[in-house]
Design a protein around this ligand. Sequence first.
Ligand SMILES: [Mg+2]
Length: 248
Amino acid sequence: MISHLLLDIEGTTCPVSFVTDILFPYAKSELSNYLERHQDNPSICQLVNNAEAEWNDDKDKASISLRLALEESKQPKYLKIGAYLQLLISSDKKSTALKDIQGKIWRAGYTTGHISSELFEDAHENLKRWHTKGYKLAVYSSGSVEAQRLLYKYTSKGDIENLFSHWFDTHIGNKKNQKSYTTIASAMACKPRNILFVSDNREECDAAKEAGCLTLYSLREGNPQIEPGEHPVILNLADVDQWLTPKR
Ligand SMILES: [Mg+2]
């Protein structure tokens, strides 16, 4: 019997375009201002130092040339690091320091009301209904747990963070790895067969199914991937209900 709903975010409860067209451009455009405003804040200084350490170890040609070009410059440190982070953004490179700083910028953007998340039209009512029916709701997304919580706290239709009882990001393991789903089941004190996992990514569904979860493939307009493989397709979160055993 299904007791836990484990939900991906992008392409499942939230349009991919919110992340690509709003969240990331917001962090990019706010980066320099944010670093300047917080240059005396110790926790931000720590993140700036982390970025500097990553830069010193970065063997990429463009990163090295930028470092040499700015070495003699009298610019304040936050400007130099800002330039490096902009380079990482434009070359789409993975960086823990960048991810951490983006997280801080999003938090500031959400809490000051400059951004709010736009979920799929059907997301709120279905999430609330499942929660009321007693299903445990959990998130599994590659965005950090902090970013996940912000996204559900500051939606354009209000705060629904409290509907979720478990939050998982890639610290628990890769989303395409079977073991991640057994680890998640243990963390939620249930069996994989008690979990219904919904995602718009076929490999993620494959891994969850191998672990023993029930899987559904979210097919939405604007999703980058549209190959469900053997996973049943849902077009809307209301479609999930037919896969849930009626609860008494
Ligand atoms: Mg997704």
